[in-house]
Design a protein around this ligand. Sequence first.
Ligand SMILES: [Zn+2]
Length: 303
Amino acid sequence: MNWLTNFVLPKIRAVVAKKEMPDNLWHKCPGCGQMLFHRELEANLHVCAACGHHLRLAPEKRLAMLFDDGKYTVIELPKAIVDPLKFRDRKRYAERLKEAQGAKGTTRDAAVVAHGTLGSVAAVVCAFDFGFMGGSMGIAVGEALLAAARLAVLQEAALIVVPSSGGARMQEGILSLMQLPRTTLAVEMVKESGQPYIVVLADPTTGGVSASFAMLGDVTLAEPGAVIGFAGARVIEETIREKLPEGFQRAEYLLEHGMVDMVVHRRDLKAAIDRILGLLCRKAPPALAATALPATDRGWERA
Ligand SMILES: [Zn+2]
């Protein structure tokens, strides 16, 4: 023990040691490779300022972005059976789930459901988390969509779903495939109740998700550059032995071919949905409704 080890050494260490820098301050744009500062990226709704690439968005951010004043209430989802097949590849599925859940809580899966208002219209939004096992759809996600649809019917609210998913969750085998008809029926329930169902296709929407609820919207919006399709482009190319056209399975390509109604930049997304909901849901002012039709034609009021 002397002054060298007690006093000088810590000082030298303090000067020489690398300052601990959080590694998430910068993000690399997958589109153009530009380094983006996290605060600027946040302010820009996770869209690259250089090339306009839409980065994937966490569901909480998506919900805050869509709901009026960023205010919403997340609903608790019914508990689904965990790992029904006791599946194991290189790792146990149960372990993978735990890892993905991390600090998010044990009930969390790849879809989050919340309700609130959009453009003053009551709405239920189901947003996907691609960061959670590729946003894949297993029983829990099926339950989330069913819960969202039931809530929309109960509250007479619009249903908005923002998928970002690789498809069905293969660790749940046939049970994940069962979510295709289940979610289709959920959507059908909303449609039968007369509430609008809007889908916002975010990157990527592929596989079983694109083969069920994601392509059934009354109105289908998509984010620019989003990959949307069933089978991957390489698989198709190898199967049909043909070169696929430029921009195949991108949002803009689907718009050109009539599969998508609008491709909307993320900063305009809320305004676009607000406007659509306003057109579909807002009732005419009472004075106008009363004078527009003679009393005998107003059977719809009693219905
Ligand atoms: Zn970029």
